[in-house]
Design a protein around this ligand. Structure first.
Ligand code: FPP
Length: 244
């Protein structure tokens, strides 16, 4: 989407919010519990935040569930997270559909378990007609990986003679990204006090506003989400231009 197409709700809130859900491990460890306990609590929190979106005018919510770098975690944590994603789909599919949520997944599916990929496909299909909230879950996602895969597909189209190198511009490349049907995020939130982007939506967030909050993800309430969205409305987005 064009960088100058400012997306706000009627109250000036963000239309597309992307969230780096960080701090599950620390949340669990501070309670003397295993890291997976924190991820389970984090998954519960996803439901509350999705449910809060319609009232806040947030039409698109994109969440970072598993990065291309997260495979470096212990085998136990990785397989625990994969099991949690499967459980989330089983448990939440019906409620998400009933709430009019359209679910999409972004990221490279090649390294994911076949059963999980089938479940992701089925959830996308089940919710394909919904339009109340668009929930995008980034799974085995990395911004550099996404741009690299897009460039590879673009190069293939050129090799096949369906495109010319002269057609290559930002708009053409965007069409090959996993997010090609989504508007760019207006606001990116990261929880847990870390001020890093960690390879999330690198291309799409070129003009996004950022909010880094200290709260650990399992403690991030809909009330805090509403406050962060309200503070976005106070910001002055210029997209590189000067104010008239
Ligand atoms: C980062 O916290 C979080 C993750 C790598 C996983 C995110 C997953 C969830 C919130 C739960 C499942 C999501 C869905 C969609 C079902 P961290 O573990 O790096 O926290 P730390 O920095 O405190 O160790």
């Amino acid at each position: 989407m064009a960088a100058d197409a400012q997306e706000t709700t009627s109250s000036g809130g963000p239309k597309h919010v992307a969230i780096i859900m960080d701090g599950n491990g620390r949340w669990a460890q501070s309670r003397g519990r295993p890291r997976l306990f924190g991820h389970q609590a984090g998954a519960q929190r996803v439901r509350d935040i999705v449910n809060a979106c319609p009232d806040l005018g947030v039409k698109y919510l994109t969440i970072f569930a598993f990065s291309t770098e997260n495979w470096k975690r212990t085998q136990a944590e990785v397989s625990g997270l994969m099991a949690l994603f499967r459980l989330y789909i089983v448990r939440e599919a019906r409620a998400l559909h009933a709430e009019g949520v359209r679910v999409r997944f972004i990221g490279d599916r090649i390294r994911l378990d076949e059963k999980l990929v089938t479940m992701m496909d089925e959830l996308e299909l089940l919710t394909a007609g919904n339009d109340r909230v668009h929930l995008t879950i980034a799974l085995n996602y990395g911004g550099r990986d996404e741009v690299t895969r897009a460039a590879k597909r673009l190069a293939y189209e050129i090799e096949q003679g369906r495109l010319s190198h002269k057609d290559v511009d930002a708009e053409t490349l965007s069409r090959f990204l996993d997010t090609h049907v989504l508007p760019d995020p207006d606001l990116v939130i990261r929880t847990s006090g870390e001020a890093r982007i960690s390879n999330f939506l690198l291309w799409q967030s070129a003009y996004a506003e950022y909010e880094f909050v200290d709260t650990l993800w399992p403690d991030f309430t809909p009330e805090e989400f509403a406050r962060v969205c309200a503070s976005y409305a106070e910001r002055d987005r210029r997209f590189g231009a000067v104010k008239a």
